[in-house]
Design a protein around this ligand. Structure first.
Ligand code: TMP
Length: 210
């Protein structure tokens, strides 16, 4: 029987370098002989990428907070069922740039829907499905927003939300990490990219043995 693959997620606020680091981890794990599927949220399937367009651009106020949370979960359900689950079942390791903790942090803490409400939504839609390891790239809000705005690209609806929103979601990620220590590792993302990678690479080796 095929051994189920591992599911690794990257999380954190804006400008922490998640995408670059996730790509680098995918390349290293693939070079070590694993089959790796690198993906992202919102997105990862044609349907979920279409929903992404509704969420990351346009006016800050275009959605009610609950509409936003439901759109993220509509995208996530499609992504999990048609891509992530089949890959894990086939023995591939899946690396995802953002996942459910982003809804807990951005909509639960940032938009103040509450962590428990988002946890209930998660159980309703995806049951107990969760990552094997979550790497939370943490950095001061000011620095992250500066880096993110330098990147440009038009997918900046969340970046345009106010400072207090970003401070709340940063504290949200740290609160999640504090209560789910066996799943989550907080990585200092204000360091140089090579140092950030070394820190998260050590966590993967220590916790997942690769
Ligand atoms: P990205 O910039 O990391 O690609 O993510 C797109 C934006 O979507 C980012 O600003 C965070 C936000 N987001 C949420 O608010 N809730 C979610 O559940 C996810 C996955 C992303």
């Amino acid at each position: 029987m095929t051994t189920r693959g591992k599911f690794i997620t990257f999380e954190g606020g804006e400008g922490g370098g998640k995408s670059t680091q996730a790509k680098r981890l995918a390349v290293e794990l693939a070079a070590s002989g694993l089959e790796v599927d690198l993906t992202r949220e919102p997105g990862g399937t044609p349907g979920a990428e279409a929903i992404r367009g509704l969420l990351v651009g346009g006016a800050v106020e275009r959605w009610q907070p609950w509409s936003e949370a439901l759109l993220h979960y509509a995208a996530r359900l499609d992504h999990v069922r048609s891509r992530i689950e089949p890959a894990l079942a086939a023995g591939r390791w899946v690396i995802c740039d953002r996942f459910a903790d982003s809804t807990a942090a951005y909509q639960g803490f940032g938009h103040q829907l509450g962590r428990e409400s988002i946890a209930r939504l998660h159980r309703l839609v995806l049951g107990e499905f969760k990552p094997d390891l979550t790497l939370i790239l943490d950095l001061p809000v000011e620095l992250g927003l500066r880096r993110a705005s330098a990147r440009g690209g038009g997918e900046d609806r969340y970046e345009r939300m106010d400072r207090a929103f970003h401070e709340r979601l940063r504290q949200g990620f740290l609160a999640i990490a504090a209560t789910e220590r066996e799943r989550c590792a907080v990585i200092d993302a204000s360091a140089e990219p090579d140092a950030v990678f070394a820190a998260l690479r050590a966590q993967v080796r220590e916790r997942l043995g690769r």
